[in-house]
Write a protein that binds this ligand. Structure first.
Ligand SMILES: N[C@@H](CCC(=O)N[C@@H](CS)C(=O)NCC(=O)O)C(=O)O
Length: 171
């Protein structure tokens, strides 16, 4: 399905979750309007567009809203199929990609604890983070990207976490 209408992205520059969508749009070379949100003073548009979670990112396309970063990434992949595909065409590989992309949310959850907690709780989070990253490393193996030679659905959510993880694990 080709799309003529430019989508609008409600986002937050510092949000690694929102960056997933920005990377996907960049990979697909999709032009969009960027709207920065203030999460301490959420806009009416955000509250109306994502009444369930009230969080960024939100994509508004053809006057309809799509919420949740991984859901938005899949939507973009389907609506702009003529550009590079970020999800594999094989159903099994696609299921695997969804599994690992979802697992990247666990890295984020650990990162939050590393950042917010101190002492024993922080040590536990650090250990868990390293375990989770090792699982990703095993899954990656000798491949260039998680999808083989193609940068895609599993790589994208991990990119914004890399600098975060390096600085947190070094501290
Ligand atoms: N599961 C959601 C998480 C979205 C999320 O946590 N967004 C954060 C920014 S990284 C947010 O909007 N926080 C504001 C708040 O919690 O009020 C997704 O993948 O899109």
């Amino acid at each position: 399905m080709a799309s003529s209408n430019r989508p609008v992205l409600l986002s937050l520059w510092v949000s690694p979750i929102s960056q997933r969508v920005r990377i996907t749009l960049a990979e697909k070379a999709v032009e969009y309007e960027y709207k920065e949100e203030d999460v301490f003073n959420k806009s009416e548009l955000l509250l109306k567009s994502n009444p369930v979670h009230k969080k960024v990112p939100v994509l508004i396309h053809n006057s309809r809203t799509i919420c949740e970063s991984l859901v938005i990434m899949e939507y973009i992949d389907e609506v702009w199929p003529d550009k590079v595909k970020i999800l594999p065409s094989d159903p099994y590989q696609r299921a695997q990609a969804r599994f690992w992309a979802d697992f990247s949310n666990k890295v984020r959850e650990c990162g939050h604890r590393l950042w917010q907690k101190k002492g024993e709780e922080q040590e536990v989070a650090k250990k868990e983070m390293i375990e989770k990253l090792k699982l990703f490393e095993t899954e990656l193996g000798d491949k260039k990207y998680f999808g083989g030679d193609v940068f895609g659905f599993v790589d994208i959510p991990l990119v914004p976490f890399t600098s975060w993880c390096m600085s947190l694990c070094a501290s």
